[in-house]
Write a protein that binds this ligand. Structure first.
Ligand SMILES: [Zn+2]
Length: 171
């Protein structure tokens, strides 16, 4: 594995661990040449299903796009990259378990919401408010009440209205 910083081919593995499900191996590596550290992930190469958007377009599943949209919802929230990566691992495991060649984007959206809800309530609301087309204001307020029993605190976490930022699949 070449060093991403200096390109040297001599890197040492300093730590190896599996995630809880045992389907991803994470290796911490150190470059012998420049001494920088980086991490590699080893996972089973199964084919992820294509995502079918609401308008019927099919798009390839891209892990980094999913990560980016979740990171956006988690902006400035106290959630580690490791916890986020683990959440995406779980989402991918579920997508694979479906066993279909394509799945509706709404199904992926639901998986994301489930994970965000576990990770961070504020991020969950941010994501849900943009991702879901709330039928009415009542539905949204009850969601907020549900996850934030002690409302009325500071900025009220007003959801961003920038829909494109939250598009799970870029475009
Ligand atoms: Zn290096």
């Amino acid at each position: 594995m070449k060093c991403p910083f200096c390109g040297d081919a001599n890197t040492q593995v300093t730590d190896t661990r599996e995630n809880d499900e045992g389907d991803v191996v994470r290796r911490r590596r150190r470059c012998v040449c420049c001494d920088k550290r980086f991490t590699t992930h080893e996972r089973i190469d199964l084919k992820m299903p294509h995502i079918v958007k609401r308008n019927g377009n099919r798009t390839e599943y891209v892990r980094n796009k999913l990560l980016a949209s979740m990171q956006l919802a988690l902006r400035k929230r106290p959630v580690t990259t490791e916890a986020l990566e683990a959440a995406v691992d779980r989402i991918e495991a579920r997508l694979l378990a479906v066993g279909e060649t394509e799945i509706p984007s709404a199904q992926l959206g639901d998986l994301v919401m489930k994970e965000l809800r576990r990770l961070d309530k504020v991020a969950y609301i941010r994501f849900a408010s943009v991702y879901r087309n709330f039928a009415d204001v009542d539905e949204f307020s009850s969601l907020v009440r549900e996850v934030q029993p002690q409302s009325h605190s500071r900025s009220r976490g007003a959801p961003s209205s920038d829909k494109s930022d939250h598009d799970l699949f870029g475009e």
